[in-house]
Every structure is written in structure tokens, then in C-alpha cells.
Design a protein around this ligand. Structure first.
Ligand code: ZN
Length: 149
């Protein structure tokens, strides 16, 4: 279980930068090719910029050429949840931090094998931590791939 973090907009405004607040609390999007991580391929873990929960890891990051950091799944399926909404006949699936309910980006069905998913995430919603050489890689949780099949 993940302990939830619940804060008012007022509190989030104090913690987050203006751009983080716009993306993470108002469901905005950073411009493609402008974020810190779209072309970033170091070994480590990407945490939620608002609450610090580990969300994605370099093992599941791939070069999507979209201008946003892209992953074929979260580091733990309990840390990121998705919500699908339909607006005017167009459906979109939102990726949300499970701990603080911050908007992270969107999920698309054109990702690489085996999950077939592409988590298209705003760099500004992430905080990268490099893995030290003596730290083992996290166990990649593939269970959400099975649900998709
Ligand atoms: Zn969070």
C-alpha cells in the first residue's frame, strides 16, 4: 500500500515551481523537446517531483522520439494509476502518481514489446536519482503487462 499525500492547491503552490504546478496539478504539458529527461539515459530511478515516490526506472525507458521521456511501464504498477476519459469521441489515458494524485502525462498503446504501452511523461513531473554502482537494479514489475493481454 502507498500512503496518500493530500494537499491543497495553496500548499502545492508553495512546494512546486510554477511549471510543475501547471503540469502536475492543472494537467498541463511541457513543450516537446524542452524537458530535462526526454533525451536522458542514465542508470537510475525517476521519482515523483511532488512527493518523491519512485515512479519509473531507466530499465524501462526507451527513445520514443516524441520529445518527452517515455517508459513502457512504471517501476511498480502500484505507484502509477491511470484514468481513461472520453472527450468528444477521443479517449485519452492519464498517468497519475498514486501517492499524491499528481498528473504525470499520458499512456498510449503504441509502445514497444512486451507491454505495448508508452508512458509519455513530462520531465518536469520527475526527479531523477542516479543509481550508485553498488545498488542493485529494482525488480521490474511486469504484472500490468499481463493485465493488458
Ligand atoms: Zn507523487
Amino acid at each position: 500500500m502507498v500512503n496518500r499525500v493530500i494537499k491543497s492547491d495553496e500548499e502545492w503552490r508553495r512546494i512546486l515551481t510554477e511549471e510543475q504546478f501547471y503540469v502536475m496539478r492543472l494537467k498541463g504539458a511541457e513543450r516537446a523537446y524542452t524537458g530535462a529527461y526526454w533525451n536522458h539515459f542514465e542508470d537510475g530511478v525517476y521519482h515523483c517531483a511532488a512527493c518523491g515516490l519512485p515512479l519509473f526506472s531507466s530499465e524501462r525507458k526507451f527513445a520514443s522520439q516524441t520529445g518527452w521521456p517515455s517508459f513502457d511501464g512504471p517501476v511498480n504498477s502500484a505507484h502509477v494509476y491511470t484514468e481513461t476519459e472520453s472527450v468528444g469521441g477521443k479517449t485519452s489515458t492519464e498517468a497519475i502518481c498514486h501517492r499524491c494524485s499528481s498528473h504525470l502525462g499520458h499512456v498510449f498503446n503504441d509502445g514497444p514489446h512486451p507491454s505495448g504501452l508508452r508512458y509519455c511523461i513530462n520531465s518536469v513531473a520527475l526527479k531523477f536519482e542516479r543509481r550508485s554502482t553498488n545498488e542493485p537494479a529494482p525488480v521490474v514489475n511486469q504484472s500490468e503487462c499481463l493485465i493488458m493481454e
